[in-house]
Design a binder for this molecule. Structure first.
Ligand code: G3P
Ligand code: MG
Length: 244
């Protein structure tokens, strides 16, 4: 397949991010996978939203963790983007997993909890993925590398990745220490020579967030396992061009 194209927060270039509309649009566009951000509600349910506060992408105010799941679902999570999306709501992770049973997309679940609630987040997310029998299609990632380490230790068969927004000193050694295979790095914090070396060590590279066609082509040429983009239509076209 080459580089897997993940729709970042769904097809977020044209739909309100992290909504079922954005995820369905990604599926319709032929994306290989979707990326979604997950955090905890007040009643410890896994909900799909990027920011810890509600203002930017919903009609709610305050913090996600101040509301129970059913209260969060009452907010409009679409009209900030465009009025026709006023019926979109904050999905529970369970809603997205149920929806994903109807397709073959890869799922990158980015765990966005606070470090002091990492056990609750792990307990809210992992059993749900197993209940839906989707564990073979999921990559778990986080900026909380301790959380990823604990997931990997508990369930070594799961696919995991660390998110990194800096150039690490010796990434291959760091990944080996944590026991993680996926390196989700922020553009442009990796040199090609480092990419080659990491891939020789079996590391799966997936840069984010790649919206510039120049970078998409470059990462396809590098042979990255995947990349995250708000515009999977553009990325898929470039991959096709490169693969001929
Ligand atoms: O998972 C890749 C990317 O989503 C990480 O950054 O802030 O867009 O969640 P952010
Ligand atoms: Mg994310």
């Amino acid at each position: 397949m080459g580089t897997c194209m993940f729709a970042h927060r769904g097809l977020s270039a044209q739909y309100p991010e992290n909504t079922l509309a954005a995820f369905q649009a990604a599926a319709d566009a032929g994306a290989d996978g979707i990326e979604l951000d997950v955090q905890l509600s007040k009643d410890l349910q896994a909900v799909v939203i990027h920011d810890h506060s509600l203002e930017r992408t919903t009609t709610g105010t305050g913090f996600v963790k101040e509301y129970e799941l059913q209260q969060l679902k009452e907010f409009d999570a679409g009209s900030w983007f465009a009025p026709p999306f006023a019926n979109e709501t904050i999905p529970a992770l369970a809603d997205v997993l149920t929806w994903a049973k109807g397709n073959q997309l890869l799922l990158n679940i980015e765990l966005k909890g606070q470090v002091w609630e990492r056990s609750q987040l792990k307990e809210a997310v992992l059993p749900l993925v197993f209940e839906h029998e989707l564990q073979e299609r999921v990559i778990f990632s986080s900026f909380d590398h301790r959380l990823i380490y604990e997931i990997q230790k508990q369930e070594p068969q799961l696919e995991t990745a660390i998110l990194v927004a800096a150039a690490l000193h010796e990434p291959e050694r760091y990944l080996r220490d944590i026991g993680v295979r996926g390196y989700h790095f922020r553009v442009p914090f990796l040199l090609q020579e480092e990419a080659v070396r990491l891939q020789q060590h079996g590391v799966q590279l997936r840069p984010y967030t790649v919206n510039d066609p120049y970078w998409v082509e470059m990462f396809v040429k590098w042979g990255c396992a995947g990349l995250f983009t708000d515009d999977p239509v553009m990325a898929l076209q470039l991959r096709k061009k490169y693969e001929g």
